[in-house]
Write a protein that binds this ligand. Structure first.
Ligand SMILES: [Fe+2]
Ligand SMILES: [Fe+2]
Length: 202
């Protein structure tokens, strides 16, 4: 991991949006705490968190345009909601503009919003820390249960987050991103807790 490139990317984010940079700072503190508990590389976790929202300040149209420039395959859900692209576009910017080559870090940044099936330890820590940083806990008290579970078991914490998030999405008739569905199915299968309910579907 080359720190100089990551520092430059972090400075770009601070310049673009001090608010989002402050969110990333809070995520970094939570992520380092989770890394300590679960045996992840603390320095890599901290840097991934500090720059994970590099592309978040960009307007939706710019995210969609950049995704085209970078030839990222676009899901129909991302066509409708280009903000969902900020992780993948951010990872491309880190690679192309800042010469960041750390593949696990880029992968964690790319999928921090929805998660994806088969996330590694870094990916899980970043995903969760992003969801349970103090400001998000304050505005969404049900996330306290996710925070509690995250101290013990990252997979169960992520599943609990999806349980909360998907029920909100269903209530609001919102799209479900396929990567989220894939990640949830993957974790259920991995934990051996998949219900046979669906097999009896009409
Ligand atoms: Fe984000
Ligand atoms: Fe974030």
């Amino acid at each position: 991991m080359k720190i100089a490139e990551l520092k430059l990317a972090r400075q770009r984010l601070v310049d673009l949006s001090p608010e989002i940079a402050a969110h990333c700072q809070r995520v970094s503190q939570v992520a380092v705490d989770l890394a300590r508990r679960h045996g992840a590389d603390r320095e890599r976790v901290a840097w991934a968190a500090l720059i994970h929202d590099l592309a978040r300040p960009m307007p939706p149209e710019e995210l969609r345009t950049l995704a085209g420039v970078y030839s990222l395959p676009l899901d129909p859900v991302e066509q409708e909601m280009p903000l969902l692209l900020h992780g993948r576009v951010g990872a491309e910017i880190l690679k192309r503009d800042f010469s960041v080559t750390d593949a696990p870090l880029l992968e964690a940044v790319a999928w921090h919003t929805t998660g994806r099936g088969g996330m590694d330890l870094l990916g899980k820590v970043l995903f969760l820390a992003d969801k349970i940083e103090p400001h998000k806990l304050a505005s969404h008290p049900p996330l306290k249960e996710v925070e509690r579970l995250a101290q013990e078991d990252l997979d169960r914490a992520i599943l609990e987050f999806y349980r909360w998030q998907v029920s909100r999405f269903l209530e609001r008739n919102a799209f479900l991103h396929p990567a989220l569905v894939e990640a949830r199915n993957y974790l259920l299968k991995d934990l051996g807790e998949v219900s046979s309910f669906a097999s009896g579907a009409p």
